[in-house]
Design a protein around this ligand. Sequence first.
Ligand SMILES: [Zn+2]
Ligand SMILES: [Zn+2]
Length: 297
Amino acid sequence: MISEPRLRTLLRQAERTAVNGKLAAALTLYQQIVEEAPESANAWLGLAQLEPDPAKKEAAYEQALALEPENAQALVGLADLRGEPVAEELQAATQETPEPEPAAPPIAEKEVMREEETAVIQPTPQADTLELVCYRHPNRSTSLRCYTCGKPICSQCAIKTPVGYRCPDCIREAEDVFFNARPLDYLIAPLVSLPLSLLAGFLLLQVGGSFFFILLIFFIGGAVGSFIGRLAKAAVGRRRGRYLPHVVSATVILGGMVAAAPALIGLLLGNFSGIMGLLMPGIYVFIASSAAFYQMK
Ligand SMILES: [Zn+2]
Ligand SMILES: [Zn+2]
C-alpha cells in the first residue's frame, strides 16, 4: 500500500504533467498510481480523463464511481462517454469546486486537488499525440519498453540484456536475487583472505627480485590470487555479494604492500634507487588482486 502523503505527491505530479500537455507521461503516471493505490478515486478519475481507449476509459470511470459514487466529474465523464444525458446540477458541479465531503479529513487538500483536476480536462487527449515517454524522464519520448515490466524507457535508461532491454528497477531487482551474501560474509571473507594475503606479501619480500623470479611473478601472482579468492569464496558458502570481490581483492593489495614496504619507505626517505623494488610487488598486486576478484564474482 502507498502512503497518503506519497499518493498526494504522485497525484500532483501526474496532474502537473497533464496540465503541461505531456499527456502520455501523465497517463503512464496515473497507470502506475492506480496500480499501487487502487483505492484512490482521484487516480482512477485522472486515468479515465487521459485514457484514449474508450473501453478502458469507461472501466476507469466505473472504478472511480465504485469508490466515490457521488463524484460529479466521474458521473459526467461516464455519461458523456456513453452519450447519455447529464443532469444539469451535475454539469454545474463540475464547473465549480464541489462541496467538500464532511467524512474526508484532509478537506483543504481535497479541494485543491479537485481544482487542479478540472484543469486537467482542458487539453483533450488525442490518440495521435500519445507517444511513449520514459517513466524516469517524462520529457523524453521513446519507443522502447522494459522487457520484464513493460514500462516505457528511454535509450539512456534502458539496459541491454541477452533477453532484451530492461529498466533499471527490474535490473536492480534481479541483482538483489542474485546477490545472496549475508552481512556476516563481509567479516568472514577478509578474515580468511587477509592472513593469506599478508603471508603471500611477506614471502614475496623474502624471495627478492631476481630476474628469473620476475618472469615467474605473473604465474605466481595469478595462482596466489586465485587460491585466496577460491578459499574466501568457499568460506562464505559460495554466496555472492555485490562488494565481496572488492573486499577480498583489497586484502590482496594490502598483502602486496607489505612486499613493497621497503621500497616505499626508501622513497619516502628520498632514496630513489629502490624504485625498482616496486616493480615486483606492483605486478604481483595487479595480477593477484584481479585473479581474486574474478574468483569471488
Ligand atoms: Zn529515461
Ligand atoms: Zn522493468
